[in-house]
Write a protein that binds this ligand. Structure first.
Ligand SMILES: *[C@@H]1O[C@H](CO)[C@@H](O)[C@H](O)[C@H]1NC(C)=O
Ligand SMILES: *[C@@H]1O[C@H](CO)[C@@H](O)[C@H](O)[C@H]1NC(C)=O
Ligand SMILES: *[C@@H]1O[C@H](CO)[C@@H](O)[C@H](O)[C@H]1NC(C)=O
Ligand SMILES: *[C@@H]1O[C@H](CO)[C@@H](O)[C@H](O)[C@H]1NC(C)=O
Ligand SMILES: *[C@@H]1O[C@H](CO)[C@@H](O)[C@H](O)[C@H]1NC(C)=O
Ligand SMILES: *[C@@H]1O[C@H](CO)[C@@H](O)[C@H](O)[C@H]1NC(C)=O
Ligand SMILES: *[C@@H]1O[C@H](CO)[C@@H](O)[C@H](O)[C@H]1NC(C)=O
Ligand SMILES: *[C@@H]1O[C@H](CO)[C@@H](O)[C@H](O)[C@H]1NC(C)=O
Ligand SMILES: *[C@@H]1O[C@H](CO)[C@@H](O)[C@H](O)[C@H]1NC(C)=O
Ligand SMILES: *[C@@H]1O[C@H](CO)[C@@H](O)[C@H](O)[C@H]1NC(C)=O
Ligand SMILES: *[C@@H]1O[C@H](CO)[C@@H](O)[C@H](O)[C@H]1NC(C)=O
Ligand SMILES: *[C@@H]1O[C@H](CO)[C@@H](O)[C@H](O)[C@H]1NC(C)=O
Length: 589
């Protein structure tokens, strides 16, 4: 119900109020998000989860390319909060990124309005709370950026749209999980996998009774676009739908060469769209399965999410054993085949009318190289920490770009090593990368940790040109895909292997580079890349927003907030809706 209220409120704000400042002439959407704890029992055990406007997972943010999006976030948790917008490039506007390096946290009972444009983007993304391990308790929801009407989709318009938020899950909340990591222990095997906040269908006696599972209702013969996001903590998942093919069409904002899969590996933080045609004869319902991957699957059986695909003409419940993945990950070389099969469709248009392949990234000279190496977590100063190039990141108490604008010195250092340094012990530091604006760089993620790591760079998407086992060497440049590599923002790096990406540093700001695996991120595996136009003229980077929050060394600049309840705003809008409807009714009668 709450979500419907907010949708009404959004639409009405759009239609009637429009009193908020918009960034350009493009249309705007406005949402009020109230983030709070609610009690839910996704795995049969009651626990506090993080809801947005009372629902878990949170509501979808829908926009069209170049829309301005405003989300006024009210923090009703007992901890500071930031929402980050995974995959949204926030062009020229790292002020809205929602991570500690660029934003002061929203204190409990305060609110902050994010305001950004989904400039030159299409596709499937998601938001989540970026602080304090909160994503392990929820607070996430999908973001859909539609094509502009004038730009056709590279496939027939689907008959329906469905979002799956899948992820590993613990029955302990984020505060307990945090304390496990703080004490130097690993989290261990999760208690299950949720699909859209719900636990497994009772497919056999290993699943306890009384669990609410996800049911997707479909009509025979129709084709649906299913947008899937791994919003979990740290487990790679294999997705499959019994007897149905998954036609992969979109990868984090790019249309890829359409390819059929019977099952697909989705790593933490990644997003994909699949077209699924309901081409079965509905002799029964069908299983939707998301199971743990790259772990001992015999031992991790309980880490399996199961939902139900229900045809409107179905003759009975799903039955029998769950379908199994077709790819055998015990063969090290075969695990990369799916990722290597994801190629950009160079002829289709996306956010712009010109074909995606008209940007010839493979012909640009590489002017810089960064090699980021992950090692297994290690003790630093008596605590277990995770590192990147030997540095475990410490967030400064003042956001970095805010510190720049106010000429504060010594908040952070720009000495992050561009290659692993072997002759220095691991350390804790607020050390970031000083990059050259408009350079074209290769970034190699080298994983010497024991688990799959997914790396994400805020503010950017990058071309995934190669991955392989062993150590990367300079001569591997010869093996890069310089023609139709996919461009995305989150890429997996297998243990004992590397992944190489190319990117053009054309988005000014300070941007987070992080591992999406929450346990390693929490222990410090992140840094920032500072990309500033030396000839900044107010056009390549926006100034700090009017409503910026201050903290750390700038705390004295912060005015106290007058607390306003979000629900009173919603009610205000509802009154408007009702009067609007009365007018409509009156005019119809
Ligand atoms: C998390 O769980 C612990 C232990 O059950 C409980 O004491 C604590 O209040 C919970 N925290 C939240 C935010 O729900
Ligand atoms: C908090 O919400 C109010 C509207 O209720 C809005 O005017 C104000 O700008 C918001 N505060 C921030 C810091 O965005
Ligand atoms: C994908 O599989 C479906 C169902 O088997 C088939 O109809 C379709 O032609 C295939 N598409 C491609 C691009 O392979
Ligand atoms: C169609 O349904 C019947 C039962 O009604 C079943 O025996 C048969 O295997 C099904 N065929 C396919 C292709 O699924
Ligand atoms: C998985 O665990 C089982 C039970 O402990 C063990 O017997 C099996 O050898 C393990 N498999 C692999 C591939 O490690
Ligand atoms: C439940 O299903 C799993 C996966 O299909 C299977 O491995 C397991 O043996 C089954 N357990 C029971 C108790 O039937
Ligand atoms: C590539 O995109 C074009 C649209 O420009 C579309 O017609 C074609 O089917 C796509 N090809 C594949 C393999 O996805
Ligand atoms: C790229 O590098 C090559 C060789 O170093 C040089 O000849 C060429 O002019 C460069 N191209 C551009 C566009 O800078
Ligand atoms: C350990 O902590 C001390 C005091 O906070 C600090 O000066 C020192 O640099 C830290 N050592 C490492 C290796 O980070
Ligand atoms: C950062 O890099 C620029 C060149 O891109 C250089 O001029 C500047 O001195 C560097 N700053 C630091 C602190 O290293
Ligand atoms: C890869 O690099 C690591 C770290 O430098 C080194 O210890 C290891 O021996 C290298 N492995 C191979 C196969 O060269
Ligand atoms: C990590 O590096 C060590 C040597 O430094 C090597 O023995 C080990 O095989 C590597 N492990 C992975 C997963 O890369």
């Amino acid at each position: 119900m709450a979500s419907r209220l907010s949708i009404f409120a959004s639409v009405i704000s759009f239609a009637l109020l429009s009193g908020f400042s918009s960034l350009a002439e493009d249309p705007s959407v406005y949402h009020v998000y109230e983030v709070s704890y609610v009690t839910a029992s996704p795995l049969g055990v009651p626990q506090q989860v993080i809801a947005v406007n009372g629902i878990f997972p949170g509501p979808v943010v829908t926009a069209t390319t170049n829309y301005n999006v405003e989300v006024n976030v009210f923090n009703r948790l007992d901890e500071p909060l930031l929402l980050t917008w995974n995959g949204i490039e926030m062009r020229r506007n790292s002020w809205q990124d929602g991570v500690l390096g660029t934003n002061c946290p929203i204190p409990p009972q305060w609110n902050f309005t994010y305001s950004f444009q989904v400039k030159d983007q299409i596709g499937s993304f998601f938001y989540f709370p970026s602080l304090n391990f909160q994503r392990a308790s929820g607070g996430f929801g999908p973001i859909v950026v539609d094509n502009q009407d004038r730009i056709p989709l590279p496939f027939t318009k689907p008959d329906g749209e469905i979002s799956f938020l899948i992820g590993d899950w613990y029955t302990q909340n984020h505060t307990v999980l945090r304390s496990i990591l703080d004490s130097g222990r690993e989290l261990g095997m999760p208690d299950g996998v949720l699909i859209n906040g719900k636990g497994p269908y009772k497919y056999n006696s290993s699943v306890p009774d009384g669990i609410q599972y996800e049911t997707v209702n479909v009509d025979p013969g129709k084709t649906y676009r299913i947008r899937v996001h791994n919003v979990g903590i740290s487990t790679s998942l294999n997705l499959r739908i019994q007897n149905h093919k998954l036609l992969l069409v979109e990868t984090e904002g790019r249309y890829n060469l359409q390819t059929n899969f019977s099952d697909f590996d989705i790593h933490v933080g990644q997003s994909y769209s699949f077209l699924v045609t309901m081409d079965q004869n509905a002799s029964s319902d069908y299983y939707i399965v998301a199971s743990a991957r790259f772990v001992n699957e015999t031992v991790w059986q309980r880490v399996t999410g199961v939902g139900i695909l229900h045809y409107s003409n179905s003759k009975g419940p799903a039955s029998g054993p769950l379908p199994v993945p077709s790819t055998d990950v015990s063969h090290p070389w075969s695990v990369m085949n799916q990722q290597r099969a994801i190629k950009q469709n160079t002829s289709s248009s996306g956010a712009r009318p010109n074909p995606q392949g008209s940007y010839h990234y493979g012909q640009i000279n590489i002017t810089g190289t960064y090699i980021f190496r992950s090692m297994p977590p290690t003790m630093i100063n008596g605590s277990l920490r995770a590192t990147l190039n030997g540095i475990s990141f410490l967030n400064p108490s003042t956001p970095m770009r805010l510190a720049d604008k106010h000429r504060l010195k010594g908040v952070y250092k720009m000495d992050f090593p561009s290659r692993p340094v072997d002759n220095r012990p691991p350390r804790l530091d607020s050390s970031i990368i000083n990059a050259t604006y408009r350079s074209f760089v290769q970034v190699i993620f080298q994983n010497n940790d024991t688990k799959v790591q997914s790396f994400h760079i805020d503010g950017y998407s990058f071309y995934v040109v190669a991955m392989d086992f062993g150590n990367w060497t300079e001569d591997r440049k010869g093996s890069y895909n310089n023609w139709d590599a996919i461009s995305r923002s989150t890429v997996e790096v297998y243990p004992g292997a590397w992944t190489a990406v190319l990117m053009s540093l054309d988005n000014a700001g300070v941007w987070n580079i992080r591992v999406e695996n929450l346990d390693r991120w929490y222990l410090g595996r992140e840094t920032y890349i500072r990309i500033i136009n030396p000839e900044e003229n107010g056009k390549t980077e926006m100034g700090q927003p009017k409503n910026v929050l201050y903290c750390g060394a700038l705390k004295s600049l912060q005015k106290q907030q007058v607390h306003r309840s979000a629900s009173s705003m919603l009610n205000g809008n509802l009154i408007l809706i009702f009067s609007f409807m009365m007018v409509l009714l009156a005019s119809l009668c």
